[in-house]
Design a protein. Structure first.
Length: 172
């Protein structure tokens, strides 16, 4: 009997930057952003904290909705998987790699505001009575759809070079 490999991530964090939206040559939307995830631990009877930073990629309609509603500081819950990109650096001739989270679904946990006024429809669901929860984010999350099949829309000609200045590459 053989076992299957498992690659599954669920994480909550806050955006460290506004989402950056681009499109593949076939017209599929891709949003990229980074999240900070705080971890608190005890060491020598002293509470300490550590911040992890993760790059996130969102495809399709979810990408356009993220770009529309999320901003730096927004809290999100992400369900997805890890993908490692590897390449050879021509100047050092070393193999470099970067791990990112590919989001299958995103839940917005910060109230969405339109202009100066906050829309009461988007109150934080974590503070509601659990017996009568009606997810106030359903309209926004329904706008994103039920996720997409990344294999169907993956564009082999698309490159991370289309995003930012590339300073987030981590050499190993």
């Amino acid at each position: 009997m053989s076992t299957r490999d498992l690659n599954f991530v669920v994480i909550i964090g806050r955006l460290t930057q506004n989402p950056e939206l681009k499109y593949t040559t076939s017209g599929t939307a891709i949003a990229k952003f980074s999240i900070a995830n705080n971890t608190v631990f005890q060491q020598n009877n002293e509470k300490k904290s550590y911040v992890n930073y993760f790059n996130v990629t969102v495809w399709g309609n979810q990408a356009t909705v993220c770009e529309k509603y999320l901003k730096k500081g927004s809290q999100v819950a992400i369900e997805g998987y890890l993908r490692q990109n590897r390449w050879n650096d021509p100047t050092s001739n070393k193999t470099l790699s970067k791990v990112e989270i590919i989001a299958n679904s995103i839940q917005f946990l910060t109230p969405v505001s339109s202009g100066q006024e906050k829309n009461s429809k988007f109150q934080n669901i974590l503070s509601t009575d659990s017996k009568s929860i009606q997810n106030p984010f359903d309209d926004v999350n329904n706008e994103m759809g039920n996720g997409i099949n990344n294999e169907e829309i993956y564009d082999t000609n698309f490159s991370d070079d289309n995003f930012g200045n590339g300073d987030d590459d981590i050499p190993f």
